[in-house]
Design a binder for this molecule. Structure first.
Ligand code: SF4
Length: 226
């Protein structure tokens, strides 16, 4: 596992908590609109994990928890050890995931190592492979969604609304897919520093279109624009 960056304080990345963010390098997806090029393409040097934990310990009075994000943290089975060390401090742990490793997600949940999970839902199942830039067996995504919906911890699903991968029909299909989930966030797309430079030319939907998606999703899941 490779921790490549630490953001010491964030007020917005862990709902209702002050957090530090750990960024893990590498990702199994290649979403063309991704903003984390250096992480996905694994271009940054590794930080010393012991130093990272020592630093978190020294700041435990000032933060409530740690957000582990990427890239994609669930690429690494030694994520379990890292989270154990953070929980021992003790600090809360929020995991950001693309849902690509339901087995590890399930294991982390059964070990009670997670306090909050945020999972990206990139598109409806029909458009998933296009949205993530690699072929995927969408049963993997369905399993991660199922696992979270059946967990007892706090979680959210979220989608960055990128016009080629989101419309009324896709909103409805995603609604069906995550029906009854605790909360679903739509995030506005910012066309800057994208993995595929072509995606910098895509104009995001205006807010009123996002509001229409919220209306479409209403019968399925509580949805908010973030
Ligand atoms: S946006 Fe896609 S490519 Fe970028 S880190 Fe997330 S899952 Fe990986």
């Amino acid at each position: 596992m490779k921790i490549v960056a630490v953001q010491k304080t964030s007020l917005i990345d862990y709902p209702d908590n002050i957090s530090s963010i750990l960024f893990l390098s590498g990702c199994n997806f290649r979403c063309p609109y991704c903003h984390n090029k250096d992480l996905v393409l694994d271009r940054l040097p590794k930080l010393d994990e012991k130093e990272v934990i020592k630093d978190l310990k020294s700041r435990k009075k000032y933060i409530d928890g740690v957000v582990i994000t990427g890239g994609e943290p669930t690429l690494y089975s030694d994520l379990i050890d890292l989270i154990r060390k953070i929980k021992e401090i003790p600090l809360l742990v929020k995991l950001d995931t693309n849902g690509g490793n339901p087995d590890l997600l399930e294991e982390l949940l059964s070990l009670k190592l997670l306090d909050y999970v945020s999972m990206d839902v990139k598109a409806d199942l029909e458009n998933y492979s296009k949205a993530i830039g690699v072929e995927i067996d969408t049963d993997i995504i369905k399993e991660s969604i199922y696992t979270l919906k059946n967990s007892t911890i706090d979680y959210e699903f979220r989608t960055t609304v990128v016009p080629p991968f989101y419309n009324d029909k896709i909103a409805r299909n995603i609604g069906e897919l995550i029906k009854g989930a605790k909360i679903y966030y739509l995030q506005q797309y910012v066309p800057k520093n994208t993995l595929d430079p072509e995606f910098e030319n895509i104009t995001p939907y205006p807010k009123k279109v996002l509001e229409r998606f919220v209306e479409i999703l209403k019968p399925y899941v509580k949805t908010r624009i973030r």
